[in-house]
Design a protein around this ligand. Structure first.
Ligand code: HEC
Ligand code: HEC
Ligand code: HEC
Ligand code: HEC
Length: 159
């Protein structure tokens, strides 16, 4: 009996993973298909984290660009989540810039399962390498980069 009980959840997980990763038709012609859902979707369950993020410079990273820069892929790569369409609400440095594209891990039953959510793309532990993708020598850093102190400045988690 216990062997059967172990097999059933395993099958459910396999079906969930296959269904989630199955190729889909593109959502809109001409727009590059992507798996981002946007910060508003995360807000529905993570209101406190959203409130902290909303006050951070990351939330404003698109708004600070001038009109020309808002059309330049060269700038958008670090100032938005997706560069191909800035009308989708996926601008600025969003939750998914650090935690990974959320389409597959955001369903409630997936989020409650640490193993399954990691399998479906959630990056729970965000390390310094994630920051250095954008915080490079090319970005106009006012002071020297310091992981510990910069990390404190975007804090939206419990210790
Ligand atoms: C349907 C509700 C829901 C949505 C939508 C949701 N989450 Fe979650 N998330 C949860 C729950 C429940 C947990 C389990 C941990 C807890 O008790 O808070 C969790 C945990 C997490 C964790 C911690 C995981 C760990 O192992 O410590 C991260 C990071 C996270 N979510 C990020 C996100 C991001 C980013 C989005 C949007 C792309 C998002 N979540 C959308 C409900 C949700
Ligand atoms: C490699 C990633 C990257 C690219 C590409 C990039 N930026 Fe940035 N940008 C950053 C980072 C990171 C910061 C924050 C630096 C800091 O304050 O430590 C920043 C800050 C800024 C700021 C200052 C915002 C403020 O609140 O004062 C402006 C303006 C800006 N960038 C404009 C641009 C423009 C225009 C382009 C395109 C020519 C561009 N960036 C391309 C990463 C990038
Ligand atoms: C610039 C990168 C970055 C962005 C943007 C970001 N996070 Fe995080 N997030 C982190 C880091 C770093 C941690 C701490 C992870 C660790 O040390 O394990 C974290 C932790 C979390 C946790 C775990 C909370 C806990 O108490 O353990 C949740 C949930 C979470 N983030 C949700 C979000 C949501 C929702 C958003 C958008 C509203 C967001 N994050 C935006 C980097 C980011
Ligand atoms: C997708 C690109 C991107 C990633 C990834 C990213 N940042 Fe940023 N960050 C930016 C941009 C762009 C700004 C400038 C926003 C503005 O000033 O409006 C910024 C600004 C900041 C600021 C405020 C300015 C400063 O230097 O004091 C802090 C703090 C910060 N980021 C910390 C982090 C940390 C910590 C991580 C990793 C956990 C991280 N960032 C990951 C692009 C990024």
């Amino acid at each position: 009996m216990s062997a059967v009980r172990g097999v059933v959840p395993a099958i459910v997980i396999v079906i969930a993973v296959v269904a989630a990763l199955w190729p889909r038709p593109s959502d809109a012609a001409g727009v590059v298909n992507h798996d981002y859902v946007g910060a508003q979707r995360c807000k529905s369950c993570h209101a406190a984290e959203f409130a902290a993020w909303e006050k951070s410079p990351h939330a404003r990273a698109f708004d600070v660009l001038d009109a020309d820069a808002k059309k330049s892929v060269r700038c958008l790569t670090c100032h938005t989540l997706v560069t191909d369409d800035t009308q989708l609400g996926l601008t600025g440095v969003q939750c998914e810039s650090c935690h990974g594209a959320g389409r597959h891990y955001t369903p409630d039953y997936v989020m409650r399962d640490q193993e399954l959510s990691a399998l479906l793309g959630l990056v729970a532990k965000v390390d310094e390498r994630a920051c250095l993708r954008c915080h490079t020598d090319a970005s106009p850093t006012l002071g020297a980069w310091n992981w510990q102190s910069k990390r404190e400045l975007i804090k939206h988690w419990k210790d």
